[in-house]
Design a protein around this ligand. Structure first.
Ligand code: E4P
Length: 218
């Protein structure tokens, strides 16, 4: 399973890249806004900066919702850097745009997926990734993990090559369940990825080992 970080924060991306476990980055307009980035030139520069840090796919979201505009915007974004993956919403115009880019070998990430029917259409259009938002489904009392299981089952039935990129991840259990049910990628905030390290018995065990080691050297 690949691990992507869901952020536009360069420091956090650097830290995970240095840890040696990062496979890619996903961003969205809300995450860009949180970093205080504004103006198209700065937004594009920021995407390039992210690509220079990480060794893997970087999702950059297309804002237009009209097919022709989506194509223009997507071409500009994909010219920025070979690691850019076009993040495109699951709307009618988006499906057409995914087909356009997929026919030209340009990678896409179909975003805002909340149902298996949407996942089927995105795969048929040739999306490289789909992003089911599991936390937002949980928020409205639908099981996000059940959606991952269902999509995985459907994609396996037909050997669709589209990768399931589980998004809107809130905690460790989401990540473990995604791994159990075969999501190809998870994208999560920095704090959630780092929390994978934690276990109280590790802290207690290490403390005892270090204390006993000191005794050995007396
Ligand atoms: C996915 O690519 C989105 O950027 C993200 O995971 C949405 O997460 P949120 O529901 O925490 O905003």
């Amino acid at each position: 399973m690949k691990i992507f970080i869901d952020t536009a924060n360069l420091e956090q991306i650097k830290k995970l890249q240095d840890l040696g476990i990062l496979d890619g980055v996903t961003t969205n307009p809300t995450l860009m806004y949180k970093e205080g980035i504004s103006g198209l030139d700065n937004i594009y520069k920021h995407y390039k900066n992210i690509c220079e840090i990480v060794d893997g796919d970087v999702s950059a979201e297309i804002i237009s919702t009209n097919y022709k505009e989506m194509i223009k915007e997507g071409e500009k974004l994909s010219d920025l850097h070979p690691q850019i993956v076009l993040k495109i919403p699951i709307i009618k115009e988006g499906i057409k745009a995914i087909r356009y880019f997929s026919d030209r070998g340009i990678k896409t990430n179909c975003t805002l997926i909340f149902s298996s029917s949407q996942a089927i259409l995105a795969a048929k259009a040739g999306a490289s990734y789909i992003s089911p938002f599991i936390g937002r489904l949980d928020d409205i009392s639908f099981s996000g993990i059940s959606l991952i299981k269902e999509i995985k089952n459907i994609y396996d039935n037909f050997s669709f090559e589209t990768e399931i990129l589980a998004a809107s991840i809130r905690h460790q259990i989401h990540i473990i369940e995604c791994a159990k049910y075969g999501a190809n990628v998870i994208t999560a905030p920095f704090s959630v990825i780092m929390s994978l390290l934690n276990h109280p018995l590790t802290d207690i065990g290490l403390k005892i080992f270090l204390k006993d080691h000191k005794k050995l050297n007396k």
